[in-house]
Design a protein around this ligand. Structure first.
Ligand SMILES: NC(=O)C1=CN([C@@H]2O[C@H](COP(=O)(O)OP(=O)(O)OC[C@H]3O[C@@H](n4cnc5c(N)ncnc54)[C@H](O)[C@@H]3O)[C@@H](O)[C@H]2O)C=CC1
Ligand SMILES: O=C([O-])CC(=O)C(=O)O
Length: 270
C-alpha cells in the first residue's frame, strides 16, 4: 500500500451515486470524505445509511476536503470542480472528459500546482493499448458510436441541424467529424471519444462517427487503430444504467478500478 487517499465526489447521479456507495462499502486505501450535488436535501437522502457519511459541500469546496476529486456532474459545471481541484494540487478524475478538450490550459495549470489529471477509461475499452500504440507511429484512430436514438436526444449538434433523432427508424449516421467537434456537439454523449483522443493522437486527428440506431439497446462503441506496431479493433456494448440511460453501467466501475490503481500495490494494465 502507498497509504490511504481521501476521495470527494461532485455529482451523485448514475456515476457519483454508485461510486459513493461502493466507496462507503469499503475499498482498501480509499476513504470517501465529501460529496456535492445540486440538491443538498436529495444528497442527504442518498447518503442516509452510509457507514461513514461524507460531508455535503459545494462543488468548489470538494477540493478542500480530499486528495482525490472525482467529477461526476453535468459538463456545464465541470469548471467549478476542475479549477478548484487543480488549484489545490489534488488528483482530479474527470467523468465529463469532453469538457476537458476545450480547456487544455488546465493541464498547464496542473503542472504549476503539482495537481494530476487522471482520465479514467470510463465507458470505453482498450486505452492501455491505444496509449502503447501512440508511443510509436499511429496512422489513424477512429471511433464509431451507436446509441438508441433517445440516448442522443437533446444534443446541441442535433438541435442546431434540425435532426429529429426520435423519428429515426433505421440506423442513421448523425455526425461525422473529429473528436473536438464531436465533444462540442454532443457534450453528454462522446466522453469516450474525448478519452480516446487524449490517449492517442489528439482531438483533431481522432475521427468520430455517431449513429442513431433503433436496432441497438446498448451504447456501442467500436475503436479502430491503425499503427506501426499493431492494428486494433475493439467493441464495447454498454448496458445503460437505470438512473441515466446515456451512461453505461460500466462507467462507475471503471472509475472505481481507476481509483484503486492510485493506491494498490499490484496494478495491472498501463
Ligand atoms: N467518461 C465516460 O466514459 C462517461 C462520462 N459520462 C459523463 O459523466 C457525467 C456524469 O454522468 P451521470 O452520472 O450519468 O449523470 P447524472 O445526470 O446521472 O448525474 C449528474 C449529477 O450531477 C449533479 N449536479 C447537477 N448539477 C449540479 C450542480 N450545479 N452542482 C452539484 N451537482 C450537480 C446532479 O444532481 C446529479 O446527481 C456526465 O457529464 C456524463 O456525460 C457519462 C458516461 C460515460
Ligand atoms: O457509452 C456510454 O455509456 C456513455 C458514452 O457514450 C459517453 O459518455 O461517451
Amino acid at each position: 500500500m502507498t497509504g490511504e487517499l481521501t476521495v470527494a465526489i461532485g455529482g451523485l447521479g448514475a456515476i457519483g451515486g454508485h461510486l459513493a456507495r461502493a466507496l462507503d462499502a469499503g475499498v482498501e486505501g480509499l476513504r470517501l470524505v465529501a460529496v456535492a450535488a445540486r440538491d443538498p436535501e436529495k444528497a442527504q437522502r442518498s447518503i442516509e445509511g452510509f457507514r461513514a457519511p461524507p460531508a455535503i459541500v459545494s462543488l468548489p469546496d470538494l477540493a478542500e476536503h480530499a486528495d482525490i476529486v472525482v467529477e461526476a456532474a453535468p459538463a456545464a459545471v465541470f469548471e467549478q470542480i476542475a479549477e478548484a481541484a487543480i488549484a489545490r494540487g489534488r488528483i482530479f478524475v474527470p467523468s465529463s472528459v469532453g469538457a476537458l478538450l476545450p480547456r487544455m490550459h488546465l493541464v498547464a495549470r496542473a503542472r504549476e500546482t503539482g495537481a494530476r489529471i487522471v482520465v479514467p477509461t470510463g465507458a470505453l475499452l482498450g486505452l492501455d493499448a491505444v496509449r502503447a500504440a501512440a508511443e510509436g507511429r499511429v496512422e489513424s484512430v477512429t471511433i464509431q458510436t451507436r446509441k438508441p436514438p433517445r440516448g442522443l436526444e437533446g444534443a446541441p449538434y442535433l438541435i442546431e441541424h434540425g435532426i429529429n433523432v426520435l423519428g429515426i427508424t433505421e440506423p442513421t449516421i448523425v455526425f461525422k467529424g473529429n473528436a473536438f467537434d464531436a465533444a462540442k456537439g454532443f457534450p453528454a454523449n462522446v466522453n469516450v471519444a474525448a478519452a480516446l483522443a487524449l490517449a492517442g493522437i489528439g482531438p483533431e486527428r481522432t475521427m468520430v462517427e455517431i449513429w442513431g440506431d433503433p436496432t441497438v439497446t446498448r451504447n456501442t462503441h467500436t475503436i479502430q487503430v491503425e499503427a506501426e506496431a499493431a492494428r486494433l479493433t475493439m467493441t464495447i456494448e454498454n448496458v445503460p444504467s437505470e438512473e441515466n440511460p446515456r451512461t453505461g453501467r460500466i462507467t462507475p466501475l471503471s472509475i472505481l478500478a481507476c481509483l484503486r490503481g492510485l493506491t494498490s500495490t499490484l496494478k495491472v494494465g498501463s
